[in-house]
Design a protein around this ligand. Structure first.
Ligand code: MN
Length: 479
């Protein structure tokens, strides 16, 4: 373990960043020196890995340092804990002490059954709204704990794995960190569902081997056609569906493998949004699309910001194959989500408000993108609002979290709960009080929508709703 392994991962860092991280490294190593992991390894292996994961996410130096230090207070003997916290603040300042404290607090929440789960999620989201870096550290912490779960006493393994599936993976998903979500789920799967895991492995093995050869052929063909059309392909990769999400999907389809078209999908990464649509055209010219399977998440991104075009076609040899088309930026964002956005802020000062601050570099990037793009201004403007504007978190009466852009109204909330709730929306209560439908929701509000059967959305709602999703639902009602 060498601090240079961590520093090497950070693309952008100053001299003082390096010194800070090196200091945190030494401090943590010293404090944990007499502790061991279940594996018998020195305890410091754990904070070291957490720090390295965070560095890979390109977060700011304070967050990397806090990752290295995240267990120094929690692991201290009870009677020394206060002194340890003070020492941390003295040595590393308020911001890092705040992060470590936040991580420790979140760690105290334990998942146990559904009621606690909702409570857990709720607190996590509130913590995140305060400072998302705390959640990133907790996720990096969980990742390493999952990677070493085999060493943990058996009676604890399943609980930790279940908690990962029900709390941490959805959280990573909310933050748009698709790669981390998939990794966490696949690490938890064998512990949470050992029998199902083994059975699926057997089922998939042969299918995957066959698909690989086939996709190599398809990839070549696509490459040729794109070259003809003058579209440069940055990367084309066969992406094997994550094991756990395949398992979930199979369950939804009554274990019928023939209905799973995206066991392996071909992912095509291009430079511009125009090229995405160009590539889609080429694919559809070559092969007939399956009706109802074209999903344009570029025009209508998922609530977590995911953007891509998906289409499933009757491909070579009549084989049904899914394609996913996106730009380099969309790919970065889909893999690393909020952490990718964070990376763009690295050149600036780290701001304690976290990613949701107003002067982020990536806003500027979007602006440049807008200039280059021939796309309509309104479209890009709405894209900016839906995906990139400051988010707020609003709770349903049951404690579920709905994330919305700042300025969203109860009608936006209603549509994001369910389109029927939106369509039949007749009134709203916020924090127990009746409010008008055009009022503005705030972070942490509890919102209850009153519905009336057979009610129709009012066109006047279009004057105040903020999300694209609500707008399109209102416009397209009854169509
Ligand atoms: Mn830890």
């Amino acid at each position: 373990m060498d601090v240079r392994d961590i520093l090497g991962k950070l693309k952008s860092k100053s001299k003082s960043d390096e010194e800070l991280i090196a200091k945190a490294f030494r401090f943590s190593q010293e404090k944990h020196k007499d502790e061991l992991r279940y594996s018998g390894d020195p305890y410091f292996v754990h904070p070291f890995n957490v720090g390295a994961t965070l560095a890979e996410m390109q977060v700011d130096a304070n967050t990397v340092a806090a990752g290295l230090l995240h267990d120094v207070c929690e692991n201290a003997p009870e009677q020394e804990r206060d002194a340890r916290e003070k020492e941390l603040q003295r040595e590393f300042g308020k911001d890092i002490a705040f992060l470590v404290q936040g991580v420790t607090k979140l760690g105290k929440l334990k998942y146990s059954g559904e009621e606690r789960y909702l409570e857990n999620m709720r607190r996590m989201f509130l913590a995140m709204a305060q400072d998302v870096r705390v959640v990133l550290i907790r996720l990096a912490d969980r990742l390493h704990n999952m990677q070493t779960l085999a060493h943990v006493p058996e009676h604890k393994q399943k609980r930790i794995a279940d908690e990962t599936l029900e709390v941490y993976a959805p959280l990573a998903d909310r933050l748009g960190m698709g790669k981390l979500k998939g990794i966490l789920q696949d690490l938890a799967f064998p512990f949470s569902f050992p029998k199902e895991y083994a059975a699926l492995g057997e089922l998939v093995k042969d299918r995957l081997a066959k698909k690989e050869v086939y996709l190599a052929k398809v990839k070549y063909k696509i490459g040729e056609e794109m070259k003809h059309a003058g579209i440069s392909v940055v990367a084309a990769d066969a992406r094997v569906k994550h094991f756990y999400s395949l398992y979930k999907k199979l369950k939804r389809h009554n274990d019928n493998f023939d209905e799973i078209y995206d066991l392996v999908a071909l992912r095509i990464i291009v430079n511009t949004m125009e090229d995405c649509y160009g590539a889609l055209g080429i694919i559809h010219k070559l092969w007939k699309p399956l009706p109802g399977r074209i999903k344009d998440y570029i025009a209508l991104p998922k609530p977590n910001g995911y953007q891509s075009i998906h289409t499933t076609v009757f491909c070579m040899d009549g084989e049904i194959t899914e394609f996913q088309i996106r730009t380099v930026q969309m790919h970065e964002a889909a893999e690393n989500g909020i952490a990718a956005h964070w990376a763009y802020t690295m050149q600036g000062k780290p701001d304690a408000g976290g990613v949701v601050s107003k002067n982020l570099k990536w806003i500027a990037q979007i602006r440049d993108w807008q200039k280059e793009s021939a796309g309509s201004k309104e479209f890009l403007e709405s894209l900016k609002i839906d995906v990139f504007k400051n988010r707020i978190f609003v709770f349903t009466p049951k404690g579920d979290v709905i994330d919305l852009p700042e300025g969203a109204t109860p009608v936006d909330f209603a549509y994001h709960v369910h389109s029927d709730v939106g369509n039949q929306c007749n009134g709203a209560k916020v924090n127990g009080k009746m409010v008008s439908l055009d009022s503005t929701l705030k972070n942490g509000d509890w919102c209850e929508i009153l519905t009336q059967k057979n009610k129709k959305p009012s066109p006047s709602w279009l004057d105040f709703v903020k999300t694209n999703y609500a707008k399109s639902r209102i416009r397209n009602f009854g169509k």
